[in-house]
Design a protein around this ligand. Structure first.
Ligand SMILES: Nc1ncnc2c1ncn2[C@@H]1O[C@H](COP(=O)(O)OP(=O)(O)OP(=O)(O)O)[C@@H](O)[C@H]1O
Length: 255
């Protein structure tokens, strides 16, 4: 799956298993993400994509296997180490998770104040302006989330994670519910984040256009394992029936 073996591995998962009662959700997942790589994880609803992300971020414990993130085994480290590790991971949630009663400025200041108490007011203001420019929305600084479009809210949600300069980004269905043009803008932003912030990312998506345009590699989660992984072309030009059925049910927009 990985093309450039000389780059360090940022996420390494070996034989990961996770069940809930008799429901086997992950049943031997193996995964390597190299520095600067974007990986799209595809899979049907309920296939375990969110469980995988929760295990990577230490919110759920694996039943078996090893999960190393930035060189640390997430289920073996102390709460304090986990907190530090999580501050290096940016989450882009489906609902953007903005605080409705705060302006865009306050939403962006919030993670900085919570995590970096030593920043001055002008440093915070500078960081907010910088990140708003990066996501292309400097004019929204005094607006409330309710005044923003779905695509703008998504961008501000991404800005709110970028302001902490994460090393890893986890995107949960970044284009869900967005029209094709707004989706394409979000896809471009994901690529921009990869190059400008030098992040390594997992992009959970049902949207093959998103996978094609944002990811270096894609992997399909089926029956608790990665069935197919590799570049978009490798996975979807294969004869594999499940990969083919994914492809046929998606309309692909070229960049
Ligand atoms: N804390 C939990 N307790 C019990 N079952 C759980 C828990 N979390 C997830 N599951 C089950 O694990 C399975 C995988 O869930 P998960 O949310 O990872 O799916 P998904 O691939 O992200 O789906 P979707 O695309 O719909 O978001 C589901 O059957 C879900 O009900």
């Amino acid at each position: 799956m990985i093309k450039n073996d000389s780059k360090p591995t940022v996420i390494s998962i070996k034989n990961l298993k996770k069940s809930f009662g008799s429901l086997k959700v992950l049943d031997g997942v193996n995964l390597n993400i190299k520095l600067g790589e974007n990986l799209a994880v595809l899979g049907k609803s309920g296939s375990g994509k969110s469980v995988l992300i929760k295990i990577i971020s230490g919110l759920l414990k694996p039943d078996a296997g090893t999960v190393e993130v930035l060189g640390l085994e997430v289920d073996k480290i102390s709460t304090k180490e986990l907190r530090t590790l999580r501050s290096k991971i940016g989450f882009s949630f489906q609902n953007s998770a903005l605080y409705d009663s705060m302006t865009v400025r306050e939403n962006l200041a919030f993670p900085l104040i919570r995590n970096k108490t030593d920043l001055s007011k002008s440093e915070i203001q500078h960081a907010i302006e910088e990140v708003l420019n990066q996501v292309g929305l400097p004019q929204t600084i005094s607006q409330m989330p309710s005044e923003l479009s779905g695509g703008q809210r998504k961008r501000i949600g991404i800005a709110r994670t970028l302001i902490l300069k994460p090393e890893i980004m986890l995107y949960d269905e970044p284009t869900a519910g967005l029209d094709p043009i707004t989706s394409s803008e979000i896809n471009s932003l994901i690529k921009k984040v990869q190059t400008q912030y030098k992040t390594s990312s997992i992009i959970i998506t049902h949207d093959l256009t998103c996978a094609k345009n944002t990811a270096d590699n894609v992997a399909i989660l089926v029956n608790g394992k990665f069935l197919q992984s590799g570049s978009f072309e490798e996975v979807f030009k294969s004869e594999n029936e499940i990969a083919q059925s994914f492809y046929e049910y998606n309309f692909i927009n070229e960049k």
